[in-house]
Design a protein around this ligand. Sequence first.
Ligand code: FPP
Length: 235
Amino acid sequence: MNNLPNHVAIIMDGNGRWATERGLKRSEGHKEGAKTLEKLAIYAKDKGIKVLSVYAFSTDNFKRSAEEVNYLMDLFIVYFKEKFDKVIKNNVKIVFSGRKDNLRKDVLEAMDSVTKRTQNNDGCLLNICFNYGGKEEIVDVALKLAKELQNNKISEKEVNKDNFYKYLYQELPPIDLLIRTGKEQRLSNFMLYQASYAELYFTDTYFPDFDELCLDKALDFYQKRDRRFGNVKKV
Ligand code: FPP
């Protein structure tokens, strides 16, 4: 495929509505969503996409009921410990972006173990945004930079929009294509710095139904975009 995006990001929305519309519990939607992510990660690797970032749990998702938060945390543990085995065998490297505070010890351990198990994989990087907020990430960078400047570890000249990536939770290329499933058209505090020039693709499809063909459609959309980055079209 020509002109493949390096970095694709997905706001995986609509798990709850997918379930409710079928008369199921919301948790069933999350379970199906996790299966969808498993398939997409392998497909992204097969296609040659370098980085896939996904919004798994935002800092604001803690506002949900304790029952739903606990269900999600238990589901994440099962995936990080066992169910990502196929993804791992497919040479996908898993990293996390987000704050570590507020997370249960068993969740932190499962995150740590999957990170270690995949550290030598080099097929596709799956960046799981977990206890993540875009504004929080920028604030965390500001604090890190302030400390480094104060301790003369870096100079002011070294603080610029390219070097800034080194201070984010993960040093990744900018997002080329940002997909949001599930009918809404907003960023919801997701990767605000990295998405500054992303092409935005919104679809009504709920995340559990967002299969490989749907991803292909989003990639087709991306290939038709004329990316000018503030410049004018060359004729
Ligand atoms: C949005 O649906 C999804 C989430 C809050 C995150 C859950 C994501 C997964 C379970 C898939 C990822 C899995 C792993 C293993 C990382 P929603 O609940 O906001 O849906 P709604 O808007 O329809 O209520």
